[in-house]
Write a protein that binds this ligand. Structure first.
Ligand code: HEM
Ligand code: HEM
Length: 183
């Protein structure tokens, strides 16, 4: 019986968390820098780069999810909790794939030039400011909802670990993959 997510899934799960924290931090810190300053441009670039990296990793996660079955939670939680957690996971996948796509599309329509690790990204042949703003607004709505959903997700994980005391969190921790020898 599997008692843990695959190592690749664990590594990418926590890497995505770090990148999401960087993306949120950079865009919030940007507000403290003066308009037109190099610091502001740097914060934007960090935001775009971390956010776009999340897209790649989330797509890889979907592939890994399809290839690997989920490890069992012991003791098994009630059915409503299984449905609630699977729904929230699905929503997190959708949100953190949609967010970077909307962000990139908004820059594309706004003809905002930017580069991903030095690779220049293409922009639309003609500028469409209306589209740029609509996509940006949708991006911001989803991004702001993300704070609450990630918070809820993390709180649920901690609740399972400290209150229910099942193995939900341990299944997502690398150290737990070490096989215990049976005496
Ligand atoms: C995990 C991925 C991402 C997260 C969590 C995220 C989050 C956010 C947040 C919290 C805001 C500010 C919302 C507000 O002010 O109410 C924002 C704004 C914005 N984001 Fe993202 N974002 C992500 C990816 C991206 C990507 C990949 C791009 C483009 C390459 C992008 C482009 C933008 C733009 C253009 C804005 C408008 C604000 C500005 O430029 O100052 N985002 N994002
Ligand atoms: C401190 C923050 C976080 C903690 C403590 C945490 C904890 C966990 C735990 C324990 C699981 C396994 C749950 C289960 O199998 O029922 C899990 C799965 C998952 N987490 Fe997180 N997580 C955090 C942040 C995030 C973030 C930022 C995302 C955003 C993409 C995320 C997305 C997911 C998804 C989609 C799953 C389902 C498993 C998979 O398909 O990979 N988590 N998380």
């Amino acid at each position: 019986m599997k008692n843990s997510y695959a190592r690749s899934q664990i590594v990418i799960h926590w890497l995505v968390l770090i990148l999401i924290v960087v993306a949120y931090a950079a865009i919030n810190l940007k507000g403290f820098a003066a308009k037109g300053s190099p610091e502001r441009a740097t914060m934007s670039l960090i935001h775009y780069t971390a956010g776009f990296s999340v897209l790649f990793l989330m797509v890889i996660r979907v592939v890994l999810k399809m290839r690997n079955s989920d490890p069992d939670i012991l003791p098994a939680p009630p059915r409503w909790q299984v449905i609630a957690s699977k729904s929230l996971h699905g929503l997190l996948y959708l949100m953190f794939i949609a967010l970077p796509v909307l962000g990139v599309a908004s820059l594309w329509f706004g003809q905002v030039a930017w580069s991903f690790f030095g690779l220049p990204l293409p922009v639309a042949a003609t500028q469409n400011v209306g589209m740029q703003h609509s996509l940006k607004e949708l991006h911001e709505i989803i991004a702001n909802a993300g704070y609450y959903l990630v918070g809820l997700h993390a709180a649920a994980a901690l609740f399972h670990h400290y209150v229910v005391r099942d193995n939900t969190l341990e299944r997502m921790l690398p150290a737990m993959r070490v096989k215990k020898s049976v005496k």
